[in-house]
Design a binder for this molecule. Structure first.
Ligand code: XMP
Length: 323
């Protein structure tokens, strides 16, 4: 008989037994799965857990600070927050191909993670033995069968790569759970609502939402538009009705008019989709007023953007992300 409380109790017992007096590292992304995993692990083994959170320069506005406030100040977790934005963005300079971007970001993440665990090893005087991950049941299925359209079309994801390369043993307490169940576990453990409700966010972050080569300036521009879009969804009470919502920065300029001046600036496309698992998705039929307000605000408040479009493509044949 599954209850959230009994699951937590049992997992805590299991984790303590497995870990003993060894040390565990966890790559925190700020998403639901890794956040709840961090909370559970911390409850089970306290300061035998170290979380590593990497700023790849492609996070959303305020995310780097938010995650630190939540986990370091709120949970008192040993959190190493690394600003590696320069490394990621310099390796990505001039790269336009989506899969190439993913490869570079994956490799850079492993480099930064490795360096941080080496530092930790020196501090501890011994090697951390375990790597904890918030892998869910659907991740396990998708990576085993490779049947998912996403898995075959876009190289993913949360599973694999890291543990083998770094020689860790894996701890995956949520391997049998679905996202809803992880959300319940997180709520029970006191993970803030803002994190529990958060839409999925891809590992490569804004890199796959800036079409073509990435610059820091473009990432900043996109962050501003993205913040307004999400803010309008929150204000209108529609955030929880959609699976994912985000803005995409298009590599085109178009003509506009602002007061007495002609403008020639970039365009963003807003995307919002409904879905149950991300494998198929429908574009969200949001009220025109919500779209209109977001568009007005973005054009008025974000210098450098003078046109906003809304993506009305479903998956398939489109994918959720544009890259
Ligand atoms: P697509 O764009 O393939 O996305 O319809 C399906 C879901 O997967 C997310 N996604 C990714 N997640 N690394 C990730 O961690 C990636 O490279 C990646 N690409 C897509 C996407 O945001 C959606 O939730």
């Amino acid at each position: 008989d599954w209850t959230t409380e009994s699951f937590i109790d049992e997992k805590i017992r299991e984790i303590r037994e497995t870990v003993g007096d060894h040390h565990v590292v966890l790559g925190l992304s700020g998403g639901v799965d890794s956040s709840v995993a961090a909370a559970l692990l911390h409850k089970a083994i306290g300061d035998q857990l170290t979380c590593i959170f990497v700023d790849n320069g492609l996070l959303r506005a305020g995310e780097f600070e938010q995650v630190q406030t939540t986990f370091r100040d709120g949970f008192h977790i040993d959190l190493r927050a690394v600003d590696a934005s320069e490394l990621f963005l310099s390796r990505l300079a001039d790269v336009a191909d989506p899969e190439e971007k993913r490869k570079i970001i994956g490799a850079a993440f492993i480099d930064v993670f490795t360096e941080e665990t080496h530092k930790l090893e020196e501090e501890l005087g011994h090697r951390p033995k375990f790597l904890a991950q918030g892998t869910l049941y659907p991740d396990v299925i998708e990576s085993v069968s490779f049947k998912g359209p996403s898995a075959t079309i876009k190289s993913h994801h949360n599973v694999g790569g890291l543990p083998e390369k770094l020689g860790f043993e894996l701890l995956e307490p949520f391997r049998e759970l679905f996202k809803d169940e992880v959300r319940e576990v997180g709520t029970e453990l006191g993970v803030p609502d803002a994190i529990i409700r958060r839409h999925p966010f891809p590992g490569p972050g804004l890199a796959v939402r800036i079409l073509g080569p990435i610059t820091r300036a473009d990432a900043d521009l996109l962050r501003q538009a993205d913040t307004i879009w999400l803010d309008e969804l929150e204000t209108s009470g529609t955030y929880d009705d959609v699976w994912q919502a985000f803005a995409v920065l298009l590599p085109v300029k178009s003509v506009g008019v602002m007061g007495d001046y002609r403008t020639y600036e970039q365009a963003v496309c807003l995307r919002a989709v409904t879905s149950t698992d991300g494998m198929t998705a429908d574009w969200a039929k949001l009220p025109y007023e919500v779209l209109g307000r977001a568009s007005n605000r973005i054009i008025n408040e974000v210098r450098g953007i003078n046109r906003v479009a809304y993506d009305v493509s479903s998956k398939p044949p489109a994918t959720i992300e544009w890259e």
